[in-house]
Design a protein around this ligand. Structure first.
Ligand code: ADP
Ligand code: MG
Length: 361
């Protein structure tokens, strides 16, 4: 089911102040894909999710799920949460500690007063799906964190929703378990083929899980695209910066060539992937550390060759992370542990224009 959000704003009033949690959000969430809302804490992700679910009433706009308008300020429509055909997995208190696994998962069907044999069948099928068969009688508290999240997922799925929504479901798990559970979740969602809306502030989670990512800031959607588009080809500095480690360098557009946009910057004149900025405009040059490939000593000069010095080194296991002083910039880069570079050594690197991304400030 496709979800359409048009002109949705939401204000909170707290301690005499108005907080604009959502600011005229327009968004289409495609059917049967994993769609992620990514953004810093406080940017309105949970509020938007709660508006879709119906736990929060927007102040303006309209929300449709499939062919049904579930909320409309103008048309005065407000469908109750339980009638929207959604399943939801929350960040905390995902399952009820006083119930066993079976009862936790059966709950949404029990409140719908389905016959007992139907409930038993559906719960067992769902538990098989999340690989928890045989755990029916286990008290919820006697499960690992990852198993508890699978119970929460089963409970959200048992009523066969058209859409499933997740609010930072992995944030209470430790790093290793988070990675495992993320992979499992991706497998589960891949098999289900329903619309999944996933909220996180974790960029790696968003990149690893999503078909599409929408990056949010201060109640607005900044940019929407595939993980690759958002990481390699963002339009905005905020997005390029939020989605991964980046060197962001102030630059001015000098000329436009057939294939390149040439800029002046603190590391010299650099030919970049072409972007339609007017000559003279102020932009940001975004260089990912993984595309700065260091060579020992000074470079021969020429197009896109940058000379610098190793300013600092940090050993992080698989690589050294280093800061390179080049012109008046300090650039984050990486190199192999066996490269044997030291602080103060001269280095050079040649930038491939394809990896020099210009973004708007
Ligand atoms: P996120 O999930 O991205 O961290 P939220 O949607 O929870 O962000 O919050 C968006 C903004 O709205 C924040 O500034 C937050 O403090 C505020 N907010 C959220 N819920 C309430 C509430 N019930 N009352 C007052 N302010 C709220
Ligand atoms: Mg939140």
């Amino acid at each position: 089911m496709e979800i359409r959000i048009q002109g949705v704003s939401k204000y909170y009033f707290s301690e005499g102040k108005t907080i604009k949690a959502l600011d005229g959000v327009d968004l289409t969430i495609p059917a049967n894909r994993i769609f992620t809302l990514l953004g810093p804490s406080g940017c309105g992700k949970t509020t938007l999710l709660r508006c879709i679910v119906g736990l929060e009433a927007p102040d303006t706009g309209e929300i449709s799920i499939g062919d049904d308008v579930v909320w409309s300020k103008g048309k005065n429509i407000s469908i109750a949460p339980e009638k929207r055909g959604l399943g939801m997995v929350f960040q905390t208190y995902a399952i009820w500690p006083h119930m066993n696994v079976f009862d936790n998962v059966a709950y949404p069907l029990q409140i719908r007063k389905l016959p007992r044999h139907v409930i038993r069948e559906r719960v067992e099928k769902t538990l098989r799906f999340v690989r928890l068969e045989g755990f029916e009688k286990r008290p919820a508290t006697k499960l690992s964190g990852g198993q508890q999240q699978r119970v929460a997922l089963a409970r959200a799925l048992v009523a066969e929703p058209k859409v499933i929504l997740f609010d930072e479901p992995l944030s209470n798990l430790d790093a290793k378990l988070r990675e495992e559970t993320r992979k499992e979740l991706k497998t589960f969602l891949g098999k289900l083929k329903i619309t999944a809306v996933y909220v996180t502030h974790d960029r790696v989670e968003a990149l690893a899980l999503s078909d599409t990512i929408a990056v949010m800031r201060a109640g607005e959607i900044v940019e929407v695209g595939s993980p690759q588009k958002i990481y390699f080809d963002a339009d905005h500095e905020f997005v390029a910066d939020f989605i991964g480690r980046a060197n962001l360098i102030k630059a001015t557009v000098r000329t436009q060539e057939a294939e390149h946009t040439v800029v002046d910057s603190g590391i010299g004149t650099i030919a970049c992937q072409r972007r339609d900025f007017p000559i003279g405009s102020e932009v940001t040059l975004c260089l990912r550390p993984e595309f700065i490939r260091l060579a020992r000593g000074e470079g021969a000069g020429g197009k896109n060759v940058v000379n610098g010095r190793v300013d600092s080194l940090v050993f992080v296991g698989e690589a050294y992370e280093t800061e390179i002083r080049a012109g008046n910039e300090l650039l984050l880069a990486k190199f192999d542990p066996d490269a044997n570079l030291n602080e103060g050594d001269p280095v050079s690197f040649t930038l491939d224009p394809a990896h020099c991304l210009l973004v708007s400030i």
